[in-house]
Design a protein around this ligand. Structure first.
Ligand code: PMT
Length: 420
């Protein structure tokens, strides 16, 4: 393959974009444009259904190369296998229920499916369909099969759907797919390109995840707290469960619904969270501490409500346990659980995150700038710097917390015993 790619994070990487027949097919043009801007070498393959929604000329104009759909178009070139063999990654965007089923079964009835069968690298799927179709057990089973084989499923998102409907089933924005691809096909410290072979395989593993902001009682109605909504930790729990892990989610008070398949333990204070983590850490292959834990608490919670007429209370604070440090200390030299800490930082992320990584003794530290607008506490999006104990680093630009969660899990998997 060759193409009009420029230099960028995906410079020289060969990406096949499979476009299938949904209303969101028009958004694939934006994805292709973004991939080209990232330097990728892009080849578009359309399903027959996709051609009912958008013309191949759009993609031919963008990529400067023909767009094919059928296996008999280039028989002497063996395109039905050469495309998949040569690709560094395949993205199916949007991925209809029909194509997910074809991929799960291993059908080879068009160029996209034969290309997928001839490919052993990352396969990224961005489902798009009506909510009922997404919720149907047949689709859920196909998704489970594809994930088990290493496919990465991004989305679907929630929002307006075709025909005036709304709900889950909307294709994710091209940026989210781009972030996942950058995570899989990234540059290492020496500037060499390395390709991860797919999604983090968490089947058979147990993850303990913390989320939310602890509350430290002042009196029966007031507490010391923070702005954590739980979104980041819940996204990690949801993504890990979707990748087949058994997930225990220890959460400080949060309005968020429990992600499907996740065991939720509700706690209030840092000491409650510490007790819940201690109770479950020995079963865990990995612990991810996304919670915002209060470092201090009032020495004593007042038994009755403090009244205005009592004057300003004099709060004496004492230190809470450092839950993360406790997990690392009790694990000692054992290989599990792998420990991932978060760092809520302001200012120079790189320097302070590096210090925290060393101080906390974790395998992976995920730093976010909680003073930056639109990310961090309470927002649906985040941007993080992921530092590994062995010096590797990876930046995830502003993306949905689900995409950040996938990147955190990919980092974690690299430290599981037996991983290369
Ligand atoms: O919940 P959201 O609204 O989605 O917001 C997400 C988030 C900003 C809370 C999340 O991305 C995040 O940064 N979580 C960590 C917040 C934090 O407490 O950071 P810290 O730098 O103070 O703590 C470092 C690490 O030690 C964290 O993993 C923390 O969970 C842990 N810790 C901290 C204090 C303590 N007493 N015990 C701990 O285990």
């Amino acid at each position: 393959m060759s193409g009009p790619g420029t230099s960028g994070p995906l410079s020289g990487r060969r990406v096949v974009v499979g476009v299938t027949g949904g209303i969101a097919a028009y958004k694939a043009a934006l994805l292709v444009r973004a991939l080209l801007a990232d330097g990728a070498d892009v080849e578009v393959v359309m399903s027959r259904g996709a051609r009912a929604f958008i013309g191949p000329v759009t993609f031919e104009g963008l990529t400067g190369r023909p767009v094919r759909s059928e296996v008999w178009e280039d028989v002497p070139d063996g395109t039905h296998v050469t495309l998949g063999r040569a690709a560094d990654a395949i993205v199916v965007y949007p991925a209809t229920a029909h194509t997910l089923a074809r991929l799960a079964v291993g059908l080879a009835d068009d160029l996209l499916t034969t290309t997928a069968l001839a490919h052993d690298g990352p396969l990224v799927l961005a489902p798009a369909m009506h909510s009922e179709m997404w919720a149907h057990p047949a689709t859920a089973a196909n998704i489970a099969v594809l994930r088990e084989r290493g496919a990465t499923v991004v989305g679907p998102a929630t929002g307006p759907l075709m025909g005036g409907d709304a709900g889950v089933g909307r294709v994710v924005d091209p940026d989210e797919v781009l972030t996942v691809l950058r995570a899989f096909v990234g540059a290492d410290d020496a500037g060499m390109i390395s390709v991860d072979t797919g999604a983090a395989p968490l089947a058979g593993l147990t993850l303990l995840v913390t989320a939310g902001g602890t509350r430290e009682a002042i009196d029966p109605v007031r507490f010391l707290g923070n702005r954590s909504s739980g979104r980041m930790g819940f996204a990690i729990a949801e993504a890990a469960a979707a990748q087949g892990a058994a997930v225990v989610l220890v959460t400080a008070p949060s309005e968020l619904p429990t992600p499907t398949g996740v065991r939720r333990i509700d706690v209030v204070s840092a000491r409650d969270m510490d007790a819940a983590v201690r109770a479950h850490e020995s079963d865990a292959d990995a612990v991810v501490m996304a919670a915002a834990v209060a470092d201090f608490r009032p020495a004593e919670a007042l038994p009755g409500k403090w009244r205005r007429t009592d004057g300003p209370p004099q709060l004496q604070l004492v230190a809470n346990p450092d839950i993360l440090a406790g997990v690392v200390a009790r694990r000692g030299a054992r290989p599990r659980p792998v420990v991932v800490g978060f760092a809520a930082q302001t200012g120079d992320l790189e320097a302070s995150a590096g210090e925290k990584l060393a101080a906390k003794g974790v395998e992976v530290l995920v730093a976010n700038d909680v003073a930056a607008p639109g990310i961090g506490f309470e927002h649906d999006e985040n941007a993080v710097l992921i530092l590994h104990r062995d010096g590797r680093r990876h930046e995830v630009p502003r993306s949905s917390k689900r995409v950040v969660a996938e990147a955190v899990l990919a980092a974690l998997v690299a430290h599981l015993p037996g991983s290369a």
